[in-house]
Design a protein around this ligand. Structure first.
Ligand code: PHE
Length: 353
């Protein structure tokens, strides 16, 4: 009987050594520790043994059972451990592989153009003033000397905001140009120096909005860069000198420019500046519509009423102002034929800059 138990033990341990899966272990458990296993039958047979043999055989049978149980547990643990190791080595990282390309963010063509324009004016001593985009009719029109029934004030041309201001005749709107910033800036400075305000030399960049048909040439939102210089002896010569110098620094030393008389309510006299077409050097081409010239900005001497509205006494002070559209300038520079690209967020366009 003892020899039989030795055999049962040996056979079971040998088979356990060849089990390499969880199912094989389950099967092994059924055949070596299950109801009908030789070991269990040996337990069943204990009652039929002579009384004096029973304790010894019983002890040995229990010993075999415990050994088989702990061996099963150990084998099962060893299998699980090697499965983990196997999957770890399968998932191993190859740190020498090249990384995935990271998409680089880049600056919008308008931002690039605005920064370049601003840095040219910064070289000439202009500082940046950021005025608000949501304005009052008072600042966008009235204080800029727009007559009450000027066409630009019509509901069809401006985005009005459903907010009431204190005065009924002073609706809230999205600024239609950056010029209201002239009044805001002059007042802010004049308020700090009552009586004798210091000269002003500012550029005012930012969004403007017009309720217009969107076409290849006009958008409902666009940027402007306003310029304002106010002082005690500023003349039209300073205006022309500053803006011609800007054109040379921005478009190239040989670029020619010209001024044409124009009209704005807030400047007098007023002008528009053209630069010689850099595509055809003035010979005439589709970009300049065969004129040889490209219009790039509106400008003029600040109207005395506007100076007074800003807190600068027009008896003592004069000034010039200008306004240009950076999208338009970027279009000229890069031969972009449709302004709608600027706000369409199409990466195929934006990634070219
Ligand atoms: N505000 C004018 C426009 O939007 C441009 C301008 C600015 C003209 C300053 C003269 C002086 O067209």
């Amino acid at each position: 009987m003892l020899a039989q138990l030795d055999q049962i033990e040996q056979k079971a341990l040998d088979e356990l050594g060849t089990a390499t899966s969880e199912e094989a272990l389950q099967q092994w458990k059924v055949s070596h520790l299950g109801r009908n296993s030789p070991l269990m039958r040996a337990f069943d047979g204990l009652g039929g043994l002579p009384k004096e043999e029973r304790p010894q055989i019983g002890r040995r049978a229990n010993e075999v059972k415990r050994l088989l149980e702990t061996s099963l547990e150990e084998r099962s643990q060893a299998l699980r451990r090697s499965a983990v190791l196997q999957s770890l080595s399968a998932e191993r990282l190859d740190v020498t592989l090249p990384g995935r390309p990271v998409a680089h963010g880049r600056l919008h063509p308008t931002t690039l153009t605005m920064r370049q324009i601003i840095s040219v004016f910064a070289e000439m001593g202009f500082q940046v003033y950021r005025s608000r985009e949501v304005e009052l009719d008072e600042f966008n029109f009235q204080l800029l000397n727009f007559p009450p029934h000027h066409p630009a004030r019509e509901m069809q041309d401006s985005f009005y905001v459903d907010t009431q201001s204190e005065r009924g005749d002073n609706p809230v709107l999205l600024r239609t140009h950056t010029s209201p910033g002239q009044i805001r800036a002059m007042r802010a400075i004049a308020a700090m120096y009552p009586g004798d305000p210091p000269p002003v030399r500012l550029v005012l960049p930012g969004m403007s909005f017009r309720y217009e048909q969107v076409t290849s040439r006009s958008e409902i939102q666009f940027n402007q860069i306003e310029g304002l210089a106010v002082g005690k002896r500023i003349t039209m010569g300073d205006l022309k000198g500053t803006l011609s110098d800007f054109a040379r620094r921005f478009f190239g030393q040989n670029v020619r420019s010209r001024f044409r008389a124009s009209h704005f309510p807030f400047t007098e006299p007023s002008a528009e500046m053209d630069i010689e077409c850099f595509v055809c050097q003035g010979a005439g081409c589709p970009v300049c519509k065969r004129t040889g010239w490209l219009e790039i900005l509106g400008c003029g001497m600040v109207h005395p009423t506007v100076l007074a509205n800003g807190g600068y006494d027009p008896q003592t002070y004069t000034g010039f102002a200008f306004g240009m559209g950076p999208e338009r300038i970027a279009m000229l520079r890069h031969r972009i034929d449709d302004i709608r690209y600027f706000y369409a967020n199409d990466l195929r366009f934006l990634e070219q800059f």
